[in-house]
Design a binder for this molecule. Structure first.
Ligand code: SF4
Ligand code: SF4
Length: 56
C-alpha cells in the first residue's frame, strides 16, 4: 500500500515536511509521492487542506 497525490493538490507544500520517510516532493504540476518508499502512515493526508493524498 502507498499513498498517491491526486489532481486536487494545490501545491501548498504542507505535506512535504510531514512525511517521516521524505518521499514527497514537488513534481512538474503537483506534489508527488515516491510509492516505493511510502510507509502508508497517512501523515500527508492529515495535513492536506484539500484531501489530495489518498491510499491506493
Ligand atoms: Fe509519507 Fe506517510 Fe504520506 Fe506515505 S503516507 S507519503 S510515508 S506521509
Ligand atoms: Fe498538495 Fe495537499 Fe501536499 Fe498541499 S498538502 S502540496 S495540497 S498534497
Amino acid at each position: 500500500m502507498a499513498y498517491k497525490i491526486t489532481d486536487a493538490c494545490i501545491n501548498c507544500g504542507a505535506c512535504e515536511p510531514e512525511c517521516p520517510v521524505s518521499v514527497i516532493s514537488a513534481g512538474d504540476s503537483i506534489y508527488v509521492i515516491d510509492a516505493d518508499g511510502c510507509i502508508d502512515c497517512g501523515a500527508c493526508a492529515n495535513v492536506c487542506p484539500v484531501d489530495a493524498p489518498i491510499p491506493e
